[in-house]
Structure formats: structure tokens, C-alpha cells
Design a protein around this ligand. Structure first.
Ligand SMILES: C[S@@+](CC[C@H](N)C(=O)[O-])C[C@H]1O[C@@H](n2cnc3c(N)ncnc32)[C@H](O)[C@@H]1O
Length: 366
């Protein structure tokens, strides 16, 4: 198989990412097939079909994408061949088609989990083995928003990969961390002092813990020790309206300790439920108003533009609490697409915003 990389014919496909990487990230099926047909060149159709079958088979493992996804990929590839007057001629492809056709999984299973895998640029000297992949367990057919990766989570990770200095030597806390991709990526690639990932439901935190555990080796390869990244419970409404905790109780709460210690607070795609927007803004205000030792606290949110009413409500609440919102990136479409998953919205719909106290003057700090 000869490989030819091109970006001229398919500018939206990241150069240097081969078909397998797209499949392991569960990119859109159309994008995977388009990538395979444009980027990979073969001597004949037989060889091309064999290669496709072998690539798919190599992704069919414990840490691979969902089998339902792989089945749809194979059937769509064959449909496309048929539309173009070809048939599944190679033995490997014919066997694969038979195998997937026998599967009885027409109804999505909400408890089915699978993995998204990504190869992040590594520090010099690291090998290219599969252990070098970041793996994120997701539940692609579950209706809990905390069990899948969202555009803003991927875009915020890409933004920090492009601006690692914003987090260097900083203690970072994340709100609504979901499956944990953003936090894991920044821990490994942006040299923060520590990263504390928070969320609130048991099911989400179990999955978050799982994703931290299975990536311990990957984190270690990046020089991140186990005490530098952790997860904990932080629910916005209860955190915004604390019910008279004593100082000792506050000091015993790991989330509170991490919240007070953190210099940067981040969050991705947390603006969708209008009923908790005021609490969320109060958490941000609480964070920003604990300026200490003349050290500024930074808040950076990745926001997916969906419902303008919800977004405007957020801005109103920010204004009401004396918080100013400025954009670090009005759109994330020009960032290098490290996480080419199948998202509903494009990176152009995601903005990166910085939230600061309106009364806070630059001269006051640093
Ligand atoms: C749309 S998901 C985004 C997850 C992740 N940041 C991403 O971008 O992939 C929103 C996250 O906010 C969390 N969340 C929602 N309401 C919350 C609350 N009241 N307190 C804490 N977390 C909350 C959810 O559990 C979920 O993980």
C-alpha cells in the first residue's frame, strides 16, 4: 500500500492523519471513506478493498470504536462501491461484509461503551506504539450528556495545545469535565502543576475515574504523575450556595481545596441548561473573587453556539455579577484538528472566552 498525503483535495482533513486514526476517533463515516479514497492510493481495486478490510479489522478490538459504528462503516463503503458499479471482490472485504451482516444490532444499546483513541504529538524519543494513544471511554448511544465527548471539549483541548503557555505551571480546575478528554490532554501537553477534573453524577464520575486509570501509563509517558491529576465532586448549584460549612469541613473537601488553590478555571460546553446558569456564574464569581497574593485567577470557557437565548441569558447573568466576557478565539475552525470525531457542530461554532471581573484592572496584578 502506498500512502500519499494530500491536503489540496480535501482541505478539511488534517494532513498526516491516516484512515485508521479517523476510524479510532469515530469520525463521521463519510469523512473516513472520503479520507481513505482520497489519501490512500493503490495499484488496483482488489488491493484497495483488501486494505480497507484490514484497516477496519485492526480497529476491531477492546479499545476500538463501537461495533455498530464499524458495521455501518463497512456497509456504507460497500454501498458506495456498488453505486459506482463495483462489488466487494476481495476475500478480506467479502468476509468482513459477511461477518458484519450476521450481527444483530439494529437497536442501539444505551449501556454499550467503546473507546475514542487519539495520537497526540509526543515529546521527542517516544515510540509510536499503541500505548502512546490517549483512550477515552464513551457511551455513544446513551442520553447522558456527560458520557460522550462534545465539540467544545475537543476544541478547548485543541486551543490549549496551541496555547500551552496559558496553563504552564498553573493549578487548573475544570467544571463539567464529562469524559475527561480536555483535562487529560492539558495535563499531558501543557505542563500545568496540577489538573482537577470535576463533575457531579456517579455515572459520570465512575467513567471519569476509568478514563484517568486507563491513561495512567500514557500520562506517565508525558511526565505526569498520579498526584498531578485527579477528579472530584463539584455540583454548581450546591457549590454556589454553600450551606454554612465550617473551615475544617471546607479544608476536608478536596474539591474546595482544589478550587481555592487553582489559578485557572476551565469549562467546555456547560451552557445549555438555563436553570443552572445563575449558579454556574456564581461559581465563576466565587473563583474570581478569591484573588490572593496579587495573583490573577483566570477563567476560560469553550462555548458552543447553539441557542442564542441561552447564551444571552449567560451574558446577562455575567453582567449582573460584574463579570466581563472577551473572546480569545471567536471561532475554533483554524485550530489543528487533533480530535476528528463525529460532532454535530463544526469547530467554527465553538468560541473560547475569557471571563474577568469588570472592576479588575490590569495594573492591579503581576
Ligand atoms: C455537554 S457536557 C460537556 C462535557 C465536557 N466538558 C465536554 O465538552 O465534552 C456538560 C457537562 O456538565 C456537567 N454538568 C451539568 N450540570 C452540572 C451541575 N449542575 N454541576 C456540575 N456539573 C454539571 C454534566 O454532567 C456534563 O459532564
Amino acid at each position: 500500500m502506498s500512502l500519499r498525503k494530500t491536503s489540496a483535495t480535501a482541505p478539511h482533513l488534517a494532513v498526516g492523519i491516516d484512515t485508521k486514526k479517523y476510524i479510532l476517533a469515530m469520525a463521521s463515516i463519510e469523512e473516513v471513506i472520503e479520507h481513505f479514497r482520497i489519501v490512500e492510493t493503490f495499484d488496483d481495486k482488489y488491493q484497495q478493498q483488501n486494505a480497507f478490510a484490514h484497516i477496519v479489522e485492526s480497529c476491531w478490538n477492546e479499545f476500538g470504536p463501537s461495533q455498530r459504528y464499524l458495521k455501518r462503516l463497512v456497509l456504507q463503503y460497500v454501498n458506495q462501491l456498488e453505486r459506482e458499479g463495483e462489488a466487494a471482490e476481495s476475500d478480506a472485504l467479502s468476509e468482513l461484509v459477511l461477518h458484519v451482516s450476521l450481527r444483530k444490532d439494529n437497536v442501539p444499546e444505551s449501556n454499550e461503551s467503546c473507546y475514542l483513541s487519539f495520537q497526540i504529538p509526543e515529546k521527542e524519543g517516544m515510540d509510536d506504539s499503541i500505548d502512546g494513544w490517549l483512550r477515552i471511554r464513551v457511551f455513544p448511544y446513551h442520553n447522558d450528556v456527560a458520557l460522550r465527548l462534545w465539540e467544545a471539549g475537543a476544541a478547548l483541548a485543541e486551543y490549549f495545545l496551541d496555547h500551552p503557555f496559558l496553563l504552564k505551571n498553573m493549578h487548573v480546575i475544570e467544571l463539567g469535565a464529562g469524559v475527561g478528554l480536555t483535562g487529560l490532554v492539558i495535563a499531558a501537553c501543557c505542563n500545568p502543576s496540577s489538573v482537577y477534573l470535576t463533575d457531579y453524577t456517579d455515572v459520570c464520575r465512575n467513567n471519569l475515574r476509568h478514563n484517568l486509570e486507563i491513561n495512567r501509563k500514557w500520562l506517565a509517558r508525558h511526565g505526569v504523575s498520579s498526584d498531578q491529576i485527579a477528579e472530584g465532586y463539584l455540583e454548581w448549584e450546591s457549590f454556589a450556595h454553600p450551606t454554612g460549612l465550617t473551615v475544617n469541613e471546607m479544608n476536608d473537601d478536596p474539591a474546595m481545596v482544589s478550587f481555592q488553590r487553582a489559578q485557572v478555571l476551565i469549562a467546555a460546553d456547560v451552557l445549555y441548561d438555563v436553570s443552572v446558569i445563575d449558579s454556574l456564574v456564581l461559581v465563576v464569581k466565587r473563583f474570581l473573587t478569591q484573588q490572593s497574593n496579587r495573583q490573577r485567577k483566570e477563567v476560560i470557557f469553550a462555548i458552543t453556539r447553539r441557542n442564542m437565548n441561552t447564551f444571552n441569558l449567560f451574558l446577562d447573568h455575567l453582567r449582573g455579577h460584574g463579570i466581563h466576557c472577551t473572546y480569545l478565539a471567536k471561532s475554533c475552525e483554524n485550530l489543528i484538528k487533533m480530535f476528528p470525531c463525529n460532532f454535530f457542530q463544526g469547530r467554527e461554532d465553538v468560541q473560547v472566552a475569557q471571563l474577568r471581573l469588570t472592576a479588575f484592572h490590569d495594573d492591579d496584578v503581576r
